[in-house]
Design a protein around this ligand. Structure first.
Ligand SMILES: Cc1cc2nc3c(=O)[nH]c(=O)nc-3n(C[C@H](O)[C@H](O)[C@H](O)COP(=O)(O)O)c2cc1C
Length: 191
């Protein structure tokens, strides 16, 4: 059985450390046999969630995002930390995914029984520990099975080389292991 994962960075920044961390997680997941789509934020120009917009008709980007979220068996997520929480980019996307299109409003049916792992990176001394914890809680509320496997990369400005690879081999192996763990758990759940 092949499983399909969606890889989501909590930052759309070109040189995002989280995109780079996510790439290592994706390597691990692909090596473990999963098919992985890396979400390209440029393809999903989402407005800020607004129930008036929703009532006027779900925006096309939100419909496509929801289809991508629905098609995946699980989610690989790497998030920065903004003022002790996870970024609005992610929250907005999760909120659009939780609404409309035939699901009962607010039910988050698209996420139900999907697996997820959450890691993160920041240039700070604690990395993304606080945003990871917050995001795990919200994903759990939405019905995801969030694995305990995680990684918080600290001092991210020094952690990656010019090719975007994690310099420390142990940290890179840990990121890959987080990706592989998601594949194993997702396969176990589906079999
Ligand atoms: C509005 C804002 C708030 C931030 N707050 C925090 C924070 O609470 N903790 C932290 O470690 N870094 C914080 N940062 C720094 C980001 O973690 C850093 O810019 C990070 O590199 C962004 O992720 P990216 O490299 O994937 O784009 C903040 C950045 C912004 C723009």
């Amino acid at each position: 059985m092949t499983i399909q994962l969606l890889a989501i960075s909590g930052s759309a920044r070109r040189e995002s450390y989280n995109r780079k961390l996510l790439a290592a997680m994706v390597e691990g997941a692909r090596a473990a046999g999963a098919q992985v789509e890396v979400l390209d934020w440029a393809a999903y120009p989402l407005p800020i969630m607004d129930e008036d917009l929703e009532a006027a008709g779900i925006p096309e980007a939100a419909r496509r995002l929801k289809a991508a979220l629905r098609a995946a068996d699980g989610y690989l997520i790497a998030t920065p930390e903004n003022n002790s929480g996870y970024p609005a980019l992610l929250k907005n996307a999760l909120d659009w995914g939780s609404r409309g299109l035939g699901d009962p409003p607010g039910s988050g049916m698209v996420y139900k029984n999907k697996t997820a792992v959450v890691a993160g990176a920041t240039p700070g001394r604690w990395g993304a520990l606080r945003s990871i914890r917050q995001l795990r809680e919200v994903l759990g509320y939405l019905g995801c099975i969030v694995l305990p496997d995680t990684l918080s990369v600290i001092d991210a400005s020094k952690a990656f080389d010019a090719d975007g690879q994690l310099i420390d081999a142990k940290t890179r192996a840990m990121a890959q292991a987080v990706g592989a763990a998601l594949v194993r758990a997702t396969l176990a759940l589906k079999s």
